[in-house]
Design a binder for this molecule. Structure first.
Ligand code: PLP
Length: 399
């Protein structure tokens, strides 16, 4: 029988086809309007169709699209400079680090793991990450992802990955031996359910790394670039990372990833050690350059902080929501037992979509909310009202 869809089924059958977007709003093929409180999984932090990013892309497309990484171009040099400054803000790292560009989050983590292995040398290749973490879908980043159920069908995965309990320093230190070269952590577990790291835990991890010459890699792919109310999530704990990976919001939807490392660590990569045909190419880097300029201009972290507090307060007033967790505009709303008697998080997310609100069921019991950092207070009120109506309708209703 001929398939009814030409796309592989790994994302299931999407319920909606979106045609266009503007700011926080999306329009589907039938002209129905949605409030986007997910931002393509924390990607479009400056909203859809941002005029300055559209213009930067159009200008770059007319100027220079590609020359390979054997040559310099303007946009990626400027992005590296600005990323370096933002990452070192609020840290004790006085000298500039260095950046290597990739095309996605998983590739950025993959490059970070290779850099850590090269720096540490043979026999110090083990990376410890956390249970319930998410670091990507390539074979090595899947091995680093602390969700054993996702590993099963793809064995054998690359060796040298171990998992410890999230926010549990003893669990991490009990795994440390001379083979451990790096600890890889998200500052907030995003896909794992929006679970922030305790600042004390991250400080303890930093000390553990210092004691044993282990590199600390912060995966800022989802939490970085203003979303949690600081430029980077690790800055909430006041620690200095050795390596930082970012992607998602860096291009506001244009694929680009980056690995930053201190000068000392970065110096481990020599010509030929790693590469990417498209990583940091001018079109993607022109988007990232405009994203960073705009985020600095509007003080994106401050917006995330104040809008995040407003959204938290609004959500706390909704019947059906038990609690709210997260920082800034990376939040999860835990549903109460009355709702969960009849529905799961993903089922409620589906009802929200029908009502015109895009969120996702990040766990079986909770919804993730990650609106653009440019969302207005009025849009927050409208979105939370839609969620309130969905939850009111769901109470007592049979599946
Ligand atoms: C999304 C995500 C990744 C993977 O990024 P891709 O661009 O999908 O490869 C890695 N780490 C974290 C924390 C993420 O949220």
């Amino acid at each position: 029988m001929a398939p009814d869809r030409l796309l592989m089924n790994n994302y299931g059958v999407p319920p909606v086809k979106f045609i266009s977007g503007n700011g926080t709003l999306l329009l589907d093929e039938h002209g129905k309007e949605y409030l986007d409180f997910l931002s393509g999984l924390a990607v479009t932090s400056l909203g859809h169709s941002h005029p300055k990013i559209a213009e930067a892309l159009a200008n770059q497309a007319k100027t220079l699209l590609h020359v390979s990484n054997l040559f310099d171009t303007e946009p990626h040099i400027e992005v590296a400079k600005s990323l370096d400054e933002l990452i070192r803000k609020e840290t004790g790292i006085k000298t500039p680090g260095r950046v290597i560009f990739q095309n996605s989050g998983a590739e950025a983590n993959e490059a970070a793991i290779k850099l850590a292995r090269k720096y540490q040398g043979p026999g110090r290749h083990v990376v410890i990450s956390a249970l319930r973490s998410f670091h990507g879908r390539t074979l090595a980043t899947l091995a680093a992802t602390g969700q054993p159920e996702k590993h099963q069908q793809f064995q054998p995965l690359p060796e040298g990955f171990q998992h410890a309990i999230w926010n549990d320093l003893n669990s991490f230190s009990s795994l440390v031996d001379s083979s451990v070269g790096a600890i890889l952590l998200e500052p907030v577990q995003g896909e794992g359910g929006v679970n922030p790291a305790d600042p004390g835990f991250l400080k303890g991890i930093r000390n553990l790394c210092d004691e044993h010459n282990i590199l600390l890699i912060m995966d800022e792919i989802q939490a970085g670039l203003g979303r949690t109310g600081k430029w980077f999530g690790f800055q909430h704990a006041g620690i200095d990372p050795d390596i930082v990976t970012c992607a998602k919001a860096l291009g506001n939807g244009v694929p680009i990833g980056a690995v930053w490392a201190t000068e000392d660590v970065a110096s481990a990569f020599n010509p030929g050690d790693h590469g990417s045909t498209f990583g940091g190419q001018p079109l993607a880097a022109s988007a990232a350059r405009e994203v960073l300029r705009t985020m600095i201009e509007i003080d994106a972290p401050a917006l995330a902080k104040s809008r995040g507090e407003e959204l938290t307060n609004l959500l706390n007033g909704v019947t059906g929501i038990e609690s709210v967790r997260g920082n800034g505009l990376l939040l999860a709303a835990e549903l109460n037992s009355e709702i969960l008697k009849e529905h799961t998080g993903p089922e409620i997310a589906r009802k929200c979509l029908e009502a015109g609100l895009v969120v996702n069921g990040v766990t079986s019991t909770s919804l993730r909310l990650a609106p653009p950092l440019t969302v207005s207070y009025e849009e927050l009120i409208r979105g939370v009202a839609l969620l309130g109506e969905v939850l009111a309708g769901a109470i007592g209703e049979k599946k």
